[in-house]
Design a binder for this molecule. Structure first.
Ligand code: HEC
Ligand code: HEC
Length: 206
C-alpha cells in the first residue's frame, strides 16, 4: 500500500473544515469513528463509503492502517461493528447520495477540497481545453501529475486517486469537460500505466 507524504496528509486536512454539514447516525461506536477517522479526511469520506459489508469495511480499515491509522487494540471490533450496523449494506439508514450522484456532486466530494482552494491546486471548472482533451483529466486522476504546469504557478504534485472507480472518474470527467466520457474511456486510459511526470507532457494547452 502506497504511503502518503506528510504534505499530502496535510492537504487532506483541509477536508476537515468542510465536514460541518455531515454527521454519522448516532449510536454507540459513533464516537470512535469521529475520534479515529477525522484526523486525515472529513467524515464525509467515511459516509461516502456507506453500503459496504463486513469484508468491505474491514478492507477499508486495513487500507487506513496502511496510511497510518493507529487503532488501539480492542477498539477495531467496536468500530467495525458500528460501521457495519449503521453504514453497512443492510443498515436501515438511507443510501448515500453519492451512490447515485452526478458528476458535479462527485467533483465536490473528491476534488473540490483542493481544487476550489487556489493555494492548493489549480481551478478546474470552466476550462475550455478539457472539452478537446477530456482524457487528460482521467489520466491525472488515475496516474497523478507532477511538475510545473506552464502558465500557472503550480509546480507540485497530485497523488493518483486509486480508490475512485471507473464510473466515478467517468462522471467527474464528463462534468468538468462538458463532453460524454464513458467507463470504457476510463478503462482505456488506465491501461497506459503512465507516471505523474509523463502525464504532464500530455497536458492540453489552454
Ligand atoms: C492517517 C490518516 C488516515 C486516517 C486516520 C483515516 N484515513 Fe481514511 N483515508 C486516508 C487517505 C490518505 C485516504 C485517501 C484519500 C482520500 O480519500 O481523502 C483515505 C480514504 C478513505 C476512504 C475512501 C477510500 C477507501 O480507501 O475506501 C474511506 C472510506 C476511509 N478513508 C475511511 C476511513 C475510516 C473509517 C477511518 C477511521 C477508522 C479512516 N478512514 C481514518 C487516510 C486516513
Ligand atoms: C489532495 C489535493 C487534491 C485532490 C483531492 C485532487 N487534486 Fe488535482 N491537483 C492537485 C494539485 C496539488 C495539482 C497540481 C499538480 C502540479 O503542480 O503539478 C493538481 C492538478 C490537477 C490537474 C492538472 C491541472 C492542469 O492545469 O494541468 C487536474 C486535471 C486535476 N488535478 C484533476 C483532479 C480531479 C478531477 C480531482 C478529483 C477527482 C482532483 N484533481 C483531486 C491536488 C489535488
Amino acid at each position: 500500500m502506497k504511503r502518503f507524504s506528510p504534505a499530502a496528509l496535510a492537504r487532506l486536512g483541509v477536508l476537515l473544515s468542510l465536514a460541518a454539514a455531515a454527521a454519522l447516525p448516532p449510536a454507540p461506536g459513533a464516537e470512535l469513528v469521529y475520534r479515529h477517522c477525522t484526523g486525515c479526511h472529513a467524515i464525509t469520506t467515511v459516509l461516502a463509503a456507506r453500503g459496504l459489508d463486513r469484508p468491505g469495511w474491514s478492507a477499508v480499515l486495513d487500507r487506513m492502517e496502511g496510511y497510518g491509522l493507529a487503532l488501539p487494540k480492542g477498539e477495531r471490533t467496536r468500530l467495525l461493528d458500528y460501521l457495519i450496523a449503521r453504514l453497512g449494506s443492510r443498515s436501515s439508514t438511507p443510501a448515500a447520495p453519492a451512490a447515485d450522484a452526478g458528476g458535479e456532486t462527485l467533483y465536490r466530494e473528491h476534488c473540490a477540497a483542493c481544487h476550489e482552494n487556489p493555494n492548493r491546486a489549480p481551478p478546474l471548472v470552466g476550462r475550455p481545453e478539457w472539452g478537446e482533451h477530456p482524457e487528460y483529466l482521467a489520466q491525472v486522476v488515475v496516474f497523478g501529475v507532477s511538475g510545473p504546469l506552464p502558465g500557472t504557478s503550480y509546480a507540485g504534485a497530485m497523488e493518483p486517486l486509486p480508490y475512485l472507480d471507473d464510473a466515478t472518474v467517468a462522471r467527474i470527467v464528463g462534468y468538468l469537460a462538458g463532453v460524454p466520457f464513458t467507463v470504457e474511456d476510463v478503462a482505456r486510459e488506465r491501461t497506459r500505466g503512465w507516471t505523474p511526470s509523463l502525464v504532464r507532457l500530455f497536458r492540453p494547452l489552454p
